[in-house]
Design a protein. Sequence first.
Length: 61
Amino acid sequence: MNPILILGAVLVTVILWFLLTFLFQPLGKFLLHIIDDTLEAMEEEDKHKEKEKKKNEKTVN
């Protein structure tokens, strides 16, 4: 293969890598925010279920 073509392909790949970094960082922050909110909601739901379970156990006894 032509060395100039290989060098050009590597150069284009490196440039794309750095350009896409600026695109994916905000996307990653957004997805991380969604994941954190989901985990928080799941933890709150688990706490609520535990309270209901304890409440039901007290009423049964």
